[in-house]
Ligand binder design. Structure first.
Ligand SMILES: Cc1cc2nc3c(=O)[nH]c(=O)nc-3n(C[C@H](O)[C@H](O)[C@H](O)COP(=O)(O)OP(=O)(O)OC[C@H]3O[C@@H](n4cnc5c(N)ncnc54)[C@H](O)[C@@H]3O)c2cc1C
Length: 262
């Protein structure tokens, strides 16, 4: 069985900086991590690998060269292979362009059974890339997966809803998007870290390594355009009430009365 895990390297902060002219993310100088949902996706792939025989887990990331660090961490956790998709011509792609590039790489890898994505990246936050990959590949998709079982060539997944669950069954190959309830990602072992950072090789693919229409990617080829990005102004300021518990409680009670709450 072949499992491909799509993994995005994201800034380790909620304070995403935005280029005021281009309206795109500025990654330079911001410490980066594996997108949290993608760690759950990888963990699930590794659990499947431990449960069944002959399972290969390949991690795939599109991004600048520094995204290699996220892939090395994935190798340290137990992934078998890692591929980075990096090319200046990929830059500026919107989610449709990004998913098209990733889907082209998945096509090139071939013979896959499961494509596992995170539900959502903590920087872009759209939750579009997973479903769009499924669309490009013409595959069934189950999003918001919180439980997973493999029965023969079928997947049975519990899909979390706001007020309950769906249990969905489909044949492989399939695209799944993971949420944090799916599992608790493991820590890499010391040996795993040593091997991943000292010995393992990461495959680099650029635009010439995949079959793709260059007019459909990058800033120019992307169907959506960021018109304006801004941080909303704070409408209300918080106030810290000081003093002993009794004093603070009294002050708080006065303020609540003033505001006529309660
Ligand atoms: C007009 C426009 C221009 C943009 N220009 C730029 C730019 O110049 N530079 C820039 O950095 N960003 C740019 N972006 C943002 C970029 O499109 C998104 O970061 C990217 O498409 C992923 O979207 P998301 O973060 O919402 O991911 P989501 O859809 O929330 O991610 C869901 C899942 O998809 C997978 N996934 C997402 N992205 C990747 C990836 N890169 N590699 C592997 N797996 C992935 C992961 O499993 C992830 O958990 C631009 C966006 C727009 C709309």
């Amino acid at each position: 069985m072949k499992i491909i895990v799509c993994m995005k390297q994201v800034p380790d902060t909620n304070e995403v900086k935005i280029d005021p002219v281009k309206g795109t993310l500025i990654r330079e100088g911001v410490p980066s991590i594996i997108n949290p949902d993608d760690k759950n996706a990888l963990e699930e792939a590794l659990r499947i690998k431990e449960k069944f025989e002959d399972v290969n887990v390949t991690v795939l990331s599109m991004g600048p060269p520094q995204a290699e660090n996220a892939l090395r961490e994935a190798l340290a956790m137990g992934a078998d292979e890692a591929i980075i998709l990096s090319d200046r011509q990929f830059g500026g792609s919107d989610t449709w362009g990004t998913s098209l590039i990733i889907a082209s790489a998945i096509n090139k890898i071939g013979n896959y059974d499961i494509v596992l994505c995170g539900r959502q990246a903590i920087d872009g936050d759209t939750a579009q890339v997973g479903p769009e990959i499924a669309e490009h590949l013409g595959l069934p998709q189950i999003t918001y997966v919180s439980e997973l079982q493999i029965k023969g060539n079928e997947i049975v997944a519990k899909r979390a809803m706001e007020d309950g669950y769906y249990v969905i069954k489909t044949k492989m190959p399939v695209v799944l998007t993971a949420i944090k309830e799916l599992n608790e990602p493991r820590y890499p072992s010391i040996k795993g870290i040593y091997n991943a950072f000292k010995e393992r090789v990461i495959t680099l693919w650029n635009i010439n390594d995949i079959e793709i229409d260059k007019n459909r990617i990058g800033l120019k080829g992307s169907p959506t355009n960021v018109k304006k990005s801004f941080t909303p102004e704070l409408k209300f300021k918080g106030e810290i009430i000081t003093g002993t518990v009794e004093e603070a409680s009294r002050k708080l009670a006065v303020k609540i009365k003033e505001k006529q709450v309660g």
